[in-house]
Design a protein around this ligand. Sequence first.
Ligand SMILES: Cc1cc2nc3c(=O)[nH]c(=O)nc-3n(C[C@H](O)[C@H](O)[C@H](O)COP(=O)(O)OP(=O)(O)OC[C@H]3O[C@@H](n4cnc5c(N)ncnc54)[C@H](O)[C@@H]3O)c2cc1C
Length: 510
Amino acid sequence: MTPGSAKPRVLIVGAGLGGLTLAQCLRKQGIHFEIFDRDADILARQGWAIAIHSIVDNLSVSFCSDMPPLRESADHLLPLKLEPQICFYGHGQKMTVENTPETQCLRLNRLLFRRWLATRIPLHWGKRLRRVEEEEGGCVTVHFEDGTSASGDILVGADGVNSVVREHLLGQPNSEVLNSIPLSNIWGETTLSGEAFERQLSLAHSTYAYSSQELGCVILVGLNKVNADLSADYYWCVGWDDPDAGKPDHWLKYASGAAKHDWVMKMTEPLEYKFREIFQLTPVADILPGQTVYRDLIIPSLPTGRIVLVGDAAHAMTPFRGEGGVQAIKDALNISEALGHINLEDSTDVGLILEPYQREILERGQAAVLMSRNANKNNQQVHNSIVAWGHVAKPTAEENVVLEKCKPHLPQGMRTSFQILTCDPRISKIGPAASNYNVMLNTQDMSLQSRDPHSFGHASPGIVTTGRFSSRWNLKCMEEKDLHFKFRKSACTVNSRTGAGVELQADEQW
Ligand SMILES: Cc1cc2nc3c(=O)[nH]c(=O)nc-3n(C[C@H](O)[C@H](O)[C@H](O)COP(=O)(O)OP(=O)(O)OC[C@H]3O[C@@H](n4cnc5c(N)ncnc54)[C@H](O)[C@@H]3O)c2cc1C
């Protein structure tokens, strides 16, 4: 227990959607926490864009008011002026769920969303959990592969589908509890621009699926992000029922990109060309290697105590309904409420406070796992009740998106401003006078203002300058463009229109 306080010290293992949401809630509640992740840093790849719905308002209530605006920070469509939208084809009519005031849903670039969730959260990177130890007196200790450890009063396992915390709680290896879905998939990625990009946006702004009984496979295409040159990074998946999917010697494990590409073109041959174009345009080298087998999980109950699970660690599910992340966030919001009720000076058993919250997580999770399991097939059967992103899809007309009409136009001379915030704790500790880090800043087309007199006071346009590091910069840029910041050991790129609140992580090498 923290001296002089009856609030628990919380350990969170896993800085994905669930773990970081919980960290933000605890930051607001003033509850001490430490959060650990095996990733090397925030830039580690975690997946493509993700849709969230039904919890957007809860986040603003549960998080501190100093969070940057979510949509402006992480919307996958920025800088385009288009609403997030998912469309379904193969049912005779295009069916759509789109963000409107009545059907609220966001689709976020995963990296930017994770970065947003990590705002002002001190993270322990490079900490891969190896084992958990429960000590007498209620203390929980986590041991990491690098030989370090940390102790606290409560442990939250937010370590995803292959959770080590879950293995400890259940006393069973994950291979015995996870259920393999008999479905094979081939994944690819590609960058599109110009008319090819417009044709994909016309099929759906964010993502679309094509499924039909006759086709024998389901295709999914998603926009991950729009680049500053108005090209766009796409990903796609072609999946089909395959009872052999879980077999160790499955052909997909060893197949070349060319073999997979041929297979995709063959399977999708009956489709109109507009639905196959993206496969055709994907270079063979951009077909993902190996095999992906979806797994899901139903845990009927967990031991009552000081260790709880949230997110995929508690209820991994297939991605067909786009629910796993939303459920992980709901779990974190609920568990944070339970943690707020704990007073370690009180004689009430901590486990008894946590138990109803953990039970609710498992029950709600189980319902989502079952609904998600066959959602790809249900979409084929029940044409008029396709549910996605928390809403029922509605019939819609074909669309013809023209990039020129949806790209931002800043009037001549208008300035757009944004802030770059850093959470490097050493800057506030040592004070501005000592913060003489070398920062290279390409100031082309940019005028610079800073509240910190010890940092850049002014920089002339068009030069690369070296100056002192500020914990807070206000930069003004005359136009929409990518701005490149180069530090001694790291670099980042910020789009001048969408860069609000970008969080720079501490550069350990400084
Ligand atoms: C293709 C695809 C599309 C999806 N689309 C959507 C969607 O649109 N909407 C939606 O709501 N959901 C979607 N999901 C599901 C969603 O991604 C997951 O359910 C969600 O990420 C779960 O959050 P989590 O915090 O539980 O786990 P994760 O986000 O997986 O985070 C777990 C974290 O734990 C860390 N970790 C793991 N093991 C260890 C260890 N031993 N030690 C330390 N750290 C560890 C990992 O590095 C990771 O950062 C999709 C999933 C897939 C695969």
